[in-house]
Design a protein around this ligand. Structure first.
Ligand SMILES: CSC[C@@H](O)[C@@H](O)C(=O)COP(=O)(O)O
Length: 355
């Protein structure tokens, strides 16, 4: 059976001849539509409007935005450096929570500064920044595959895995974080079943995760977000496996709104609760708080802006993420290994190892 299993090769982001090309995830599952631009403002808008979303994907997209800005500009290297800084500043204002965005932009800024002090030619400056962005993309795919290998060790034959939001190829440069772990276990021939939450208000679970799981033929069922307790009690959920947008070294994890509630339900029902994320999601600033993005009321007052579901002037709360405390987490799976409580020492070691 296992040797018949294959997974689909989805490439959501590309950089070609100065153009950023992205799969518009807002159109999925209805159509597979690619968009493109040479302009970092369009790249920033694609992140803000969530045509591209998911922490690692946002990081790669932003790096491509900086690469496009310099590739398509003229001038000497100090002028090109200013272009890069302007793009970095704009892109850093797109979404506040996912750490990968700031990690990738810092890396692009570091590279631009080194090239400036090395006084390279304008052509070399452009090419090296493009190479750096492509390297970030390549590494993300390799890291996801490594996390798949590490994380699949905790998955047993017969596991019923609940996942939340979308953590697959569409949330990364390819393969996925939590969905990558699920894919790896599936490719190893393990007999698993997946339960995916729809993930209101933007339905990343229903639209994107189910699209990816169906393409791969992984046995899965869709539930609405308010069915999680039912699924744990009556469908035999053994593990929760989901992603992260920002992890503090103390072990607090910000992820898609609803994650915190799922972690409480997992504890009550005795299901393991694993977070899967690359070390580029771990906040290196020793911050104690996480800024939670608040999005527009219309996302809650409608279903995907297609139909109104409430009265006109109702007040709305729309946080895009919540924070799960370390005491509710079984383990944090990264490309450097699995951190178990107390998380601090391992997480710090993992970031040091990843440089
Ligand atoms: C592999 S990505 C993990 C997270 O980024 C994912 O779970 C998530 O919360 C995405 O949120 P989104 O608001 O769709 O960008």
């Amino acid at each position: 059976m296992s040797n018949l299993r294959k997974i689909s090769d989805i490439v959501p982001l590309r950089f070609e001849n100065g153009k950023v090309i992205w799969l518009n995830t807002k159109a999925i599952p209805w159509k597979e539509e690619y968009k493109e631009s040479r302009n970092y403002e369009d790249v920033a808008k694609a992140i803000e409007t969530m045509e591209v979303r998911g922490a690692p994907a946002i990081g790669v997209m932003a790096a491509f935005g900086v690469a496009a800005a310099v590739y398509n500009s003229q001038g000497n290297i100090s002028e090109l450096y200013d272009v890069a800084l302007r793009a970095i500043d704009r892109l850093s204002k797109t979404r506040p929570t996912a750490y990968n965005l700031f990690w990738a932009l810092d890396r692009m800024k570091g590279k631009a500064s080194t090239l400036l002090s090395d006084n390279v030619s304008p052509n070399e400056f452009r090419q090296e920044l493009v190479n750096e962005a492509l390297q970030i993309q390549r590494e993300d795919i390799e890291i996801n595959k490594k996390m798949g290998e590490v994380g699949s060790r905790v998955i047993k034959d017969g596991d019923v895995i609940l996942t939340h939001c979308n953590t697959g190829s569409l949330a990364t440069a390819g393969f996925g974080t939590a969905l990558g772990v699920i894919r790896s276990a599936w490719l190893q021939g393990k007999n698993i079943r997946v339960i995916a939450t729809e993930t209101r208000p933007l339905l990343q679970g229903a639209r994107l995760t189910m699209w990816e799981l169906s393409k791969d033929g992984i046995p899965s069922k869709l539930i609405t977000d308010n069915m999680v307790a039912y699924a744990m009690k009556y469908e035999g959920v053994t593990k929760v496996i989901l992603g992260a947008d920002r992890i503090l070294t103390s072990g607090y994890v910000a992820n898609k709104i609803g994650t915190y509630g799922i972690s409480i339900l997992a504890k009550y029902h005795g299901a393991d609760f694993y977070v899967v994320a690359p070390t580029s999601t771990i906040d290196r600033t020793e911050a104690k708080d996480i800024v939670i993005e608040k999005r527009k009321p219309d996302e809650v007052k409608t279903v995907l802006n297609l139909v109104d579901i409430t009265v006109k002037d109702v007040e709305v709360l729309n946080p895009a993420f919540d924070v799960t405390p370390p005491e509710l987490i079984t383990g944090i799976i990264t490309e450097k290994g699995i951190a178990y409580p107390p998380f601090k020492e391992s997480l710090k070691k993992f970031i040091q190892e990843s440089g």
